[in-house]
Design a protein around this ligand. Structure first.
Ligand code: FE
Length: 213
């Protein structure tokens, strides 16, 4: 069976933040979906049973979802996806804030706070059925799981390897910013490879007005 066909299911990637024994916990989840919109919005999330964050959600029955964007620092994916919260405080490695005592990334496409109303425990994973208690918009375009597989997984592995070898959080990748209007380039083609005739989509400034940050 060619399981890569499943990569075409168009979900995104999310950092889930919860609390366990008063401490922050977090993991990466791809299986997250809205299951109803009325009378209140509900969502379903699937979490692996061995994850500390699954235990955290069981304990507190609450969590916050940070929706990852196309321009997410690949280290964030490695940090939350490739190590266990039992060994390291993952949140200490990234810019975050506590909202309603739940950790969320400083930068995300949007935020969803959830309260568990029911769950179904299966041998290797648990489905949590939740009420959405609050939402907040962020910035950018959501990262689609298939695009993560295609464009970002290697970068996430690479930056995580660097972190494991040096013990230091790698610098986020440089961004090209329009000096005139502040627009941040997030296109799929590397900025350096754009033609000289390319212009800022927001203010029309030429490519030469962009600086690397
Ligand atoms: Fe501009």
């Amino acid at each position: 069976m060619d399981n890569t066909v499943l990569f075409n299911i168009s979900y995104g990637l999310y950092v889930v933040g919860s609390k366990i024994d008063g401490k922050n916990s977090g993991c990466i989840v791809d299986a997250f979906m809205q299951s109803s919109s009325t009378p209140v919005p509900t969502v379903v999330i699937s979490c692996i049973n061995t994850n500390q964050t699954t235990e955290a959600i069981m304990q507190t029955k609450g969590f916050a979802v940070s929706i990852l964007g196309k321009d997410v620092d690949p280290f964030i994916i490695g940090n939350f996806g490739f190590q266990s919260g039992r060994d390291v405080d993952k949140w200490a490695n990234v810019p975050y804030e506590l909202v309603d005592d739940l950790p969320v990334l400083e930068k995300a496409v949007g935020y969803i706070w959830c309260k568990v109303i029911d769950y179904k425990e299966l041998p290797t994973y648990t489905l949590f059925i939740c009420e959405v208690t609050d939402v907040l918009p962020g910035e950018g375009q959501p990262l689609i799981y298939g695009n993560y597989q295609k464009d970002m997984q290697a970068k996430a592995l690479e930056s995580f390897k660097q972190y494991e070898q040096t013990g230091r959080v790698p610098d986020p990748p440089a961004k090209w910013v329009c000096k005139i209007c502040g627009y941040v380039y997030t296109g799929e083609i590397p900025f350096e490879e754009l033609p000289d005739s390319w212009k800022c989509p927001k203010c029309g400034a030429p490519k030469s007005e962009f600086i690397k940050k």
